[in-house]
Design a protein around this ligand. Structure first.
Ligand SMILES: Cc1cc2nc3c(=O)[nH]c(=O)nc-3n(C[C@H](O)[C@H](O)[C@H](O)COP(=O)(O)OP(=O)(O)OC[C@H]3O[C@@H](n4cnc5c(N)ncnc54)[C@H](O)[C@@H]3O)c2cc1C
Length: 416
């Protein structure tokens, strides 16, 4: 069995872990990242690639309680809870509903905005101008609706945008048909959010962070952390599947799996997984030139370098239940309805585990009562956006630099 000593060990090579690791390394810390999967093999692999500093709207919104019966009875709806998993998820769901009160939504939105507003600068800082230009498209995102009726929380979303001075441009049906030739007539209006962006490959973006990390002297270790053991006199032992590794500091960035390492230590966090799906349409007949979020049907399409990614849906069913590929197939139906020219002849399907907190804010910074243990997970629907600025914040807190923003809204202490 290997026995080794490291400065800081980051557990998890997703967008959150790799961002924290690279910021720490550049702050002069010796860093090892440990993950049994290659970098970007978790939720960071298959997301929709939207980088949304100008969104700032949490997932839990007013009126959630009314919707619970639908979640339980429609297994193919945009949000579903597997009935057998409902009792396990209930405490988290109650907190989620609580986070949807209007007053909380505005406070959460302020914290999201504070964290995300420099997301694009962080991506550029981490990747460097060349890779940023290759992987990131700071070209805006478009929201669309079918018909005249507003979706339930359109008013709240407007309020959030006004609160933060976020610029948008309304689009008519004609505008939409010009920007997106071939879009169905059912799509009647839209909104351009020019300050948002997307990546043409979430996987390559995270891999680029990992390549830079290794080039700059970081160590990537292909092992699974099984247990974190505090050491007398300070530091931690990370017991892995094949080694005992000692570290002065540990950063848990293990996405939806983070509680497996924290529960045994008595570090309590409200973390659940919102499972999401994508369908990748290969060689698509239609390629929209910007990502589109269809608000009426709750799904999105993103033009990526290897095809058209149709993503969305939330399924609360835990970490162990097998995927329900019917949920991914529905996404293809939605995309074909929005772009009738798509045949959807060649498609690959994927399911991933969003690491989600009830208030849509990540859990960042020192773990309460556990010196040398730091947290960097819980980004839910916004990890590609929030991963880099969170990595910067966690690195600043760990190395004693000024954090640059108030870290309290993201602290684990908020869960009591
Ligand atoms: C369908 C879908 C669409 C999405 N769309 C968007 C979007 O458009 N924009 C956006 O910003 N976000 C989006 N997201 C969310 C985003 O993908 C996640 O928030 C983000 O990827 C989380 O990153 P992470 O690094 O925390 O977790 P992950 O990427 O899941 O990485 C965690 C890593 O930890 C490793 N790990 C776990 N346990 C251990 C252990 N014991 N030892 C060692 N390693 C371990 C895992 O192997 C994994 O590699 C979407 C998610 C889904 C599912």
């Amino acid at each position: 069995m290997t026995s080794a000593r490291h400065g800081t060990m980051v557990i998890g090579a997703g967008v959150a872990g790799m961002s924290a690791a690279l910021y720490l390394l550049r702050a002069g810390v010796s860093v090892a990242v440990i993950d049994p999967l290659p970098p970007g093999g978790g939720a960071s692999f298959g997301n929709a690639g939207l980088l949304s500093p100008d969104t700032a709207v949490p997932i839990a919104l007013p009126g959630m309680l009314r919707k619970v019966p639908g979640w339980l009875t429609d297994p193919l709806g945009p949000l579903s809870v597997r009935p057998g998993y409902f009792p396990t998820a209930l405490p988290w769901l109650l907190r989620w509903i609580e986070a949807g009160r209007l007053q909380r939504v505005m406070a959460i939105s302020d914290a999201m905005r504070a964290l995300h507003r420099e997301a694009m600068d962080c991506w550029k800082e981490l990747l460097g101008a060349g890779r940023y230009g290759e992987l990131i498209r700071p070209a805006g995102q478009v929201h669309v609706w079918e018909g005249d009726a507003d979706t339930a929380n359109a008013g709240v979303e407007r309020q959030v945008r006004e609160r933060h001075g976020i610029k948008t441009e309304p689009l008519t049906q004609d505008d939409l048909r010009q920007i997106f030739p071939g879009i169905a007539r059912e799509v009647t209006r839209g909104l351009l959010v020019p300050g948002n962006a997307y990546t043409v490959s979430p996987l390559r973006s995270v891999r680029a962070l990992a390549e830079l990390f290794q080039q700059e002297g970081g160590l990537l270790i292909h092992e699974r952390a099984m247990k974190l053991i505090p050491q007398d006199g300070g530091g931690w032992m990370v017991m892995t599947n094949t080694a005992n590794r000692l570290a002065d500091n540990v950063v848990v960035a293990s996405g939806a799996w983070s509680r497996q390492l924290l529960d045994p230590l008595g570090v309590t966090v409200a973390l659940e997984t919102e499972r999401g799906y994508h369908a990748m349409i290969l060689d698509p007949e239609v390629v929209p030139r910007l990502p589109i979020s269809n608000k009426t049907r709750a799904f999105g399409v993103t033009p990526m370098e290897d095809g058209l990614r149709v993503a969305g849906t939330v399924e609360i069913a835990g970490l162990d239940a097998p995927p329900n590929e019917a949920r991914a197939k529905i996404l293809v139906q939605h995309a074909k309805r929005m772009f009738p020219g798509l045949s959807g002849a060649k498609v690959s399907y994927w399911m991933g585990f969003r690491p989600s907190t009830p208030d849509s804010l990540p859990i960042l910074g020192p773990a309460p009562g556990r010196p040398g243990l730091h947290l960097a997970f819980g980004h839910g629907h916004f990890g590609m956006t929030g991963g880099p600025p969170s990595g910067r914040l966690v690195a600043r807190l760990l190395t004693g630099q000024p954090p640059g923003l108030d870290p309290k809204p993201y602290a684990a202490q908020r869960f009591g």
